[in-house]
Write a protein that binds this ligand. Structure first.
Ligand code: NAG
Ligand code: NAG
Ligand code: NAG
Ligand code: NAG
Ligand code: NAG
Ligand code: NAG
Ligand code: NAG
Length: 616
């Protein structure tokens, strides 16, 4: 009897354990209705659960940061893999383990450290709080007994707006300082009292606002009832400026096809100054990401133009726009980051820059200029030469100890001094910068070569050969090419091809010297691009060599390299005289005016590429 449990008891225990194991943990989560009772507190550690909204989409509490034992008092999307932060308290300053957040009846939310020192509190609470509520919209509210909202996180936005959130006239959100530092950064999104919505940079210490780099134009000086007064992010996921006459000025394009029933939305002033509205599917897997719907401005590198402030990047830095319409910053050659951990920050020159007697009297001996294509720093010019040739522009900067960079735009030459601001590299710049450097500070480190572009789907061998050219530096190209083709050259040598084509050609090698015109014809006007790489673009072509037509790859060196390769001819001579089996054959070159090119035999089987691999 003692051993045989009656059936009903057995089932009772079975279900009891089942309940304990499975239902209890779930039921604690399911229990939340978003309400937080007065007197509740949470502590910054890895165990306390945050306050969840009824559906569990949003959480309010201490979010662990990457650095150990640090937390951010914040509201975040709790369920999606990114756990995106949408609001933060304590001015974005991280909080250490043991800090505590209390919901008090008389002072609202109060944050204190583990010693009990008050760090932060929700503002302007004078009435008694009945309860707190984490709404499914992402808004945390403190509610009075008559249901009046005493405090809302939506009224104190940080860097993000969410659907159902409204910004009133005079409102502002700040970018964070970086992706990991949530302190207020250099960029602002403001609805001005005059009705314009603007994006602007600012001085961080005094909050002085610099010129806007985006203006909505919703200010009507003739009739204030046409001016904007609210930025509305409605529950359907549309952002617009509401004018006082109830007309809408759309920010989100009307044809938006991401209904809030199926997608989460947010609009964030990113740390780099680009304001972006994103969507994220509500059904997701671990790889689902936020995708931009629209952003402002169009091109932050070009749109920031004020006389004051450093621009999108730090001082002396160069801004380029990436494929996501976000800025990337890099220091020019000879400059390095002031703060090595902040690639968006300012750059300092590596060289000593002085106006000592030596510098004044022997500018051209001490300094040289590095040409940077499509690059400009638009502000901080102190002299304007016009009309100016490239030669005049260069000489003028070299012999002027104040000049750090000369900018040639059409026939204007602008000389600039430190610090340089609003640097950008973009095709539309359509000019050239000549950056001064001290010869004794050589060797200048070349900017790292851009990644090898994804080859277009063509025959495999073509890709291999192309990437051999593109992936290697100019120097390695020079080393690797050469003279497999001993026999080849013997044949052509006998036919005495060299120097027969143009008087630009003066070389003692076996290499053939082509004219630019021949190159253009051979490549059918540089039509078929095999790819572009670190030092130029490679084109496919065909060239008549004696009695046979040879398929060739023509590497057109870009100007930067051209200018720097002063010993171009000497090197070509050296290579031409170096013979090595298994190497790709350099057939010839072009050195005519501003054109510098190398012509390789184009190999249609992979064997050479393979042997090149072994050589390397
Ligand atoms: C939420 O649940 C608590 C008890 O857990 C209850 O006191 C409160 O009234 C509920 N609030 C709502 C809005 O249902
Ligand atoms: C939650 O947000 C919705 C949408 O804005 C609103 O209708 C509702 O009243 C809010 N709930 C509370 C308790 O504030
Ligand atoms: C964030 O940046 C500010 C200003 O540079 C600095 O004082 C603060 O220590 C930084 N915070 C973190 C967590 O790095
Ligand atoms: C304001 O009025 C002036 C003169 O009446 C007119 O030229 C201007 O275009 C008007 N501005 C706007 C924004 O309507
Ligand atoms: C201002 O604009 C509103 C609506 O656009 C119009 O009704 C009103 O007459 C205008 N006022 C003046 C003074 O033009
Ligand atoms: C600048 O100088 C630092 C050391 O002073 C060096 O590590 C760095 O490579 C230099 N950068 C350039 C671009 O010359
Ligand atoms: C850069 O970051 C590393 C690791 O976060 C830190 O150890 C180092 O002190 C930082 N350097 C500067 C100059 O802030």
């Amino acid at each position: 009897m003692a051993c045989a449990l009656p059936h009903h008891l057995f089932f009772f225990f079975f279900f009891f354990f089942f309940f304990l194991l499975f239902l209890l943990p779930f039921s604690t989560v399911a229990q939340t209705n978003g309400t937080v009772a007065v007197g509740t507190s949470i502590t910054a550690n890895t165990k306390d659960t945050p306050w969840l909204s009824p559906s569990g989409v949003f959480a309010f509490g201490f979010k662990p940061l990457q650095e150990k034992n640090l937390f951010l008092l914040s509201i975040w999307y709790h369920q999606i893999p990114d756990q995106t932060v949408v609001w933060y308290g304590n001015d974005g300053i991280p909080i250490s383990t043991g800090s505590k957040l209390d919901l008090t009846p008389d002072r609202g939310l109060v944050l204190s450290d583990s010693q009990g020192n008050e760090l932060w509190k929700s503002q302007f609470i004078v009435d008694s709080v009945a309860y707190g509520f984490m709404n499914d919209t992402g808004n945390f509210v403190l509610v009075r007994s008559d249901s009046f909202n005493l405090w809302e996180s939506f009224k104190y936005p940080t860097d993000t707006m969410l659907p159902t959130q409204i910004m009133e006239s005079g409102g502002v959100i700040f970018s964070s300082l970086s992706e990991t530092n949530f302190s207020q950064g250099r960029f602002q999104f403001r609805l001005l009292l005059d009705g314009n919505l603007v994006l602007n940079t600012r001085d961080i210490t005094t909050n002085f606002a610099y010129d806007a780099y985006y203006i909505s134009g919703t200010f009507d000086p003739n009739n204030s009832s046409n001016s904007g007064y609210q930025v509305i992010f409605n529950d359907a996921g549309f952002m617009y400026i509401l004018r006082r006459n109830n007309q809408r000025f759309d920010l989100t394009p009307r044809q938006l096809l991401f209904p809030t029933t199926e997608y989460y939305h947010r609009a964030t002033l990113n740390f780099d100054g680009v304001f972006t509205q994103y969507y994220h599917p509500k059904s997701f897997d671990s790889s689902t990401k936020w995708t931009p719907i629209w952003s402002a401005p169009d091109n932050i590198c070009l749109n920031i133009n004020g006389e004051e402030g450093s621009g999108a990047c730090g001082f002396n830095s160069i801004c380029t726009l990436n494929e996501y319409k976000r800025p990337e910053c890099k220091c020019p050659p000879g400059y390095s980051l002031l703060d090595p951990n902040n690639t968006y920050g300012s750059c300092k020159p590596n060289f000593s820059h002085s106006c000592s007697e030596d510098d004044i009297n022997s500018g051209e001996e001490l300094y040289d200029l590095l040409p940077l294509k499509d690059t400009a720093w638009l502000t901080c010019k102190y002299e304007h030469l016009q009309p100016a040739s490239e030669d005049l522009c260069r000489k003028s900067c070299l012999n002027d100890c104040f000049c750090v960079v000369a900018l040639l735009l059409n026939d204007s030459c602008f000389k600039k001094k430190l610090p340089l601001s609003n640097g950008r590299q973009d095709r539309s710049v359509n000019g050239q910068a000549f950056l001064k450097f001290r010869k004794s500070d050589l060797p200048l480190v070349r900017p790292p070569p851009p990644p090898i572009p994804k080859p277009k789907k063509k025959e495999g061998t073509l890709i291999v050969v192309g990437s051999v050219f593109l992936g290697s530096s100019l120097f390695i190209n020079f080393v690797f090419i050469g003279a497999v083709c001993l026999g080849f050259f013997v044949i052509y040598n006998k036919k005495s091809i060299k120097n027969s084509h143009s008087d630009h050609c003066a070389t003692e090698t076996n290499l053939r010297c082509f004219t630019y015109k021949e190159h253009a014809e051979a490549t059918d006007g540089f039509k078929e691009e095999l790819g572009s790489g670190a030092f130029g673009v490679v084109y496919k072509g065909a060239i008549q060599m004696g009695s046979r037509v040879v398929v060739v790859a023509v590497k057109k060196l870009d100007r930067l390299v051209q200018e720097r390769e002063k010993e171009f001819k000497a090197e070509v001579n050296v290579i031409g005289q170096t013979h090595h089996k298994n190497l790709v054959c350099l057939l010839g070159f072009c050195d005519e005016g501003q054109h510098r090119m190398l012509v390789y035999e184009f190999l249609s089987n992979g064997s050479v590429a393979l042997s090149l691999g072994k050589e390397a």
